[in-house]
Design a binder for this molecule. Structure first.
Ligand code: ATP
Length: 363
């Protein structure tokens, strides 16, 4: 049922996470009166700096607040110099994905008129695709479970990939439903399964499950691609793809690749979605090289807010939230089309605040 207000847990995190979150919350706040809804935001401290200060990256009460909220907005977490006992980076976003079972990592990208793309082919203007990354198993299942066997010259490290029938079926179903929704909006309705079924038993199993699930969606055109060929084709002809679905590690790599096709990570939003919770964050990290200078591009975070509104709108059958998502997207579209701002990552001189103001002015 539609409601007048929604609770949002806000985790700015580290580095530019704070800067892009402040910009996105300005946009969300300005939208309230426009759509007649209130967003009760509660900020929470978590991340690599929090780990350095307190020894805990993601306190249990913060996780509990995320569980209770209607949705979660997340900036970015991780700092290169903050390492855990195993010597790896402190990355609480992975813990949240597992804890809240956010199994579908949704990463949409498209070209934005008014901003340059690194591809010279004019068809690059038609890029509009979504990558769906399995978020809770695959090779990332090995995180924290890796082992080293043998010693000295004979030592060898092992990380195990897990592909389960249930885990694969639910993310493939998610991607099939998303492809169907996009088809209803005029997109081709084509889902590309990305795997490495020619080499690994786990990936052959993933493909078997994909093929079985696709039979339940006969209206969707499906195809298969090996991940290596996919990397090539995503650079050569990205405009030919609609929706991609893939294993966790492949998705991690390919989502950075597709973000680069439209010019910058600063334009790549994402949603980590499960059956009960949704977390929305830019696809980029904390960018320590530019943090604290006010020059981070907040667009990916602002578009993640639009994704959150769309998810909440569908979940609560609230058309005002769906309108809010379109209003934000259209404001971003016009801000760049009218060349009112050009972010630093596109060679411009518009800082975080200037971009937020340009979007707010066009809501
Ligand atoms: P992670 O591993 O946490 O995803 P990463 O190592 O991929 O992080 P990022 O923090 O995403 O690295 O940064 C990669 C590059 O992109 C850096 O040069 C950074 O400055 C740039 N970058 C990332 N996000 C933005 C942004 N919003 N605006 C401008 N530049 C950005």
């Amino acid at each position: 049922m539609p409601r007048s207000s929604y609770s949002i847990a806000v985790l700015p995190g580290d580095g530019i996470g704070h800067e892009v979150m402040a910009a996105a919350l300005e946009v969300l706040c300005a939208l309230e009166s426009r759509i007649g809804r209130r967003f009760v935001t509660s900020p929470h401290a978590a991340g690599a700096q929090h780990y350095a200060d307190t020894g805990v990256a993601l306190p249990e009460p913060v996780l509990e607040a995320c569980r209770r909220a209607d949705a979660i907005l997340f900036g970015a977490m991780g700092l290169p110099h903050v390492r855990d006992a195993q010597g790896t980076e402190v990355i609480p976003q992975l813990d949240i994905r597992f804890a809240l079972d956010l199994y579908a990592g949704v990463r949409p990208i498209k070209t934005w008129p008014g901003l340059p793309t690194p591809l010279s082919d004019p068809r690059a203007a038609q890029i509009d695709m979504v990558l769906v990354r399995e978020n809770t198993e695959g090779l990332f299942y090995a995180r924290g479970r890796g082992v080293i066997e043998g010693e000295g010259e004979n030592a060898a490290a092992f990380d195990t990939m897990r592909i389960s029938r249930k885990g694969t079926a639910r993310v493939v179903d998610f991607a099939l439903r998303l492809t169907e929704q996009r088809r209803a909006r005029g997109r081709p309705g084509r889902l590309t399964n990305v795997d490495k079924a020619n080499v690994f038993r786990s990936m052959a199993f993933w493909r078997e499950v994909f093929v079985e699930r696709a039979t339940h969606f006969p209206q969707i055109t499906t195809e298969h691609a090996y991940v290596d060929a996919m990397a090539l084709n995503l650079v050569l002809k990205p405009w030919t793809y609609d929706v991609l679905v893939t294993e966790n590690m492949f998705g991690d790599i390919l989502s950075d690749l597709i973000a680069s096709l439209v010019g910058s990570m600063g334009m790549a939003p994402s949603g980590d979605i499960g059956d009960h919770h949704g977390l929305f964050q830019p696809a980029h990290g904390t960018a320590p090289d530019i943090a604290g200078r006010g020059i981070a591009n907040p667009t990916a975070m602002i578009l993640s807010v639009a994704m959150m509104l769309e998810w909440l709108g569908e979940r609560h059958a609230d058309a005002a939230l769906l309108d809010g998502a379109s209003i934000i997207e259209s404001a971003v579209h016009r801000a760049f089309l009218e060349q009112s701002v050009r972010p630093y990552d596109f060679g411009g001189q518009s800082g975080t605040q200037a971009i937020a103001e340009a979007v707010v002015a066009r809501l």
